[in-house]
Design a protein around this ligand. Structure first.
Ligand SMILES: *Cc1c(COP(=O)(O)O)cnc(C)c1O
Length: 438
């Protein structure tokens, strides 16, 4: 029996309708931006394996650091005990996180990092004896798949079966151009209500919504309203963190800094499952008390896992190297140039870019996750040896930073090919790369 058939007998895959899904592609090896299938075919990982991979697959430096940690200490209970990897990683995270963050709370994925931030925000007000209960979020946001994270996410097809179990949230529209003043009004109306505990947001780019982008100045205005009304702010940087938007964190584009940040995905360079929630001293201090009821009663078996922290430290070493920063700048420039050339082509609604994230929105009947165009484009890209996972009619590229110019050209060509598929005519050939850097 083939691996794919054995898989079909025992595995239930995420976000997959198992009845109609094609057989999964068995991947046996990865190297840099490439994944190698059992049958020898290689794929450019243009979606960084669900937005997690920063430095390429099976990176030798991360592998070495992880192996060393595995031989030294694989895990230890994180209540009552600590270890060098967790402490050093927290120290180094706080050095690069936006100003004001002073504590790291570890968990093991993005959804739990969000749960922790929400629980910190809610209990913060309870510990202070102030009745602020409500949470504000963007209407189209995505913050994860656990119940608290679902509650602050869009009321979409993803969450529909659970709507009646989700706590009530005050939704405001994303301040995309044209919508900005309305969003400010919506936020002000809620803020004047007085009982808002926190505002959670994906800074600058809403990932799952379809790489929807909005301006730092508008977000600064929203954060300023929150700060005036004593509303805690939570930047969900699970997707945007670690260079994705061009700077280390999307919050680095802003004047106003959040009270809390949530991190995962690129936190370990895509090597190990790890989540982290950071907060400032104001939040932390509200939990210090002789009254044990004011404790943050939250933790996971694998909290602060040493191997995951070692992977995080190794990934951070790589991220801070000049070479990686140059890659981020190079990808950002090339994405921007492609978006500029592509956006006015037929059947292209929009082409947008923020740092290493590129999104192209094609015209389609019904712009939903379920429209068939997405499936067609997904299969087309796979045939070209490129992994692009459309969100409905929206194609996005969020590559490992080590992706080469030739591989990026291949990705852009594939997107141009998609347009040809849709319009029946070739409108665009991305200019071949002549090396920009060095
Ligand atoms: C992916 C994502 C999450 C959830 O992270 P998981 O590790 O998949 O649970 C939360 N917030 C944002 C912004 C994300 O993109």
């Amino acid at each position: 029996m083939s691996l794919a058939e054995r898989d079909q007998n025992v595995i239930w895959h995420p976000y997959t309708q198992m009845k109609t899904a094609a057989l999964p592609i068995p991947i046996v090896r990865g190297e840099e931006a490439l994944l190698f299938a059992e049958n020898g075919k290689s794929y450019i990982d243009a979606v960084a394996s669900w937005w997690v991979n920063l430095h390429g697959h099976a990176h030798p430096y991360i592998a070495q650091k992880v192996a060393e940690q595995l031989r030294t200490l694989e895990h230890v209970i994180f209540a009552g005990f600590t270890h060098p990897a967790a402490v050093t990683f927290a120290e180094r995270l706080l050095q690069i996180l936006p100003q004001g963050q002073s504590r790291i709370f570890y968990s093991d994925n993005g959804s739990t990092a969000v749960e922790v931030a929400l629980k910190m925000a809610i209990q913060y007000w309870q510990n202070k004896g102030i009745p602020k209960r409500k949470i504000i979020a963007f209407r189209d946001s995505y913050h994860g798949d656990t119940f608290g994270a679902m509650a602050v996410s869009a009321r979409s097809a993803f969450t529909a079966p659970f709507w009646s179990y989700l706590f009530e949230v005050c939704f405001i529209d994303v301040p995309i151009p044209g919508q900005e003043e309305e969003t400010v009004k919506q936020l002000e109306a809620y803020a004047h209500g007085g009982d808002i505990a926190a505002f959670i947001y994906e800074p600058l780019v809403l990932g799952t919504a379809g790489m929807v982008m909005y301006s730092p100045s508008k977000l600064d205005q929203l954060l300023s309203i929150c700060q005036q009304h004593d509303i805690l702010t939570i930047a969900d940087e699970v997707m945007t963190g670690f260079g994705r938007t061009g700077r280390t964190f999307a919050s680095d584009y802003l004047q106003r800094k959040p009270d809390m940040l949530t991190l995962s995905k690129g936190l370990t360079g895509g090597t190990m499952a790890l989540g982290a929630t950071s907060c400032n001293e104001k939040i932390y201090e509200a939990f210090l008390s002789d009254d044990k009821h004011k404790t943050l009663f939250h933790g996971h078996s694998y909290t602060g896992n040493p191997v995951a922290c070692a992977a995080g430290l190794a990934s951070m070493d790589l991220l801070l190297q000049d070479e990686t920063q140059q890659h981020i700048a190079r990808i950002s420039q090339r994405h921007a140039a492609f978006a500029d050339q592509f956006r006015d082509k037929p059947k292209v609604l929009e082409a947008r870019q923020q740092g290493t994230i590129l999104a192209v929105e094609f015209e389609a009947d019904g712009t939903s996750y379920f429209n068939k165009l997405g499936d067609t484009l997904y299969s087309f890209a796979l045939e070209q040896g490129v992994i692009l996972r459309p969100l409905g009619n929206i194609i996005y590229v969020i590559p490992p930073y080590c992706i080469t110019d030739e591989q990026l050209d291949q990705v852009y060509l594939t997107i141009a090919g998609m347009q040809e598929l849709i319009t029946g005519q070739r409108y665009f050939d991305p200019p071949k790369q002549t090396t920009l850097h060095d």
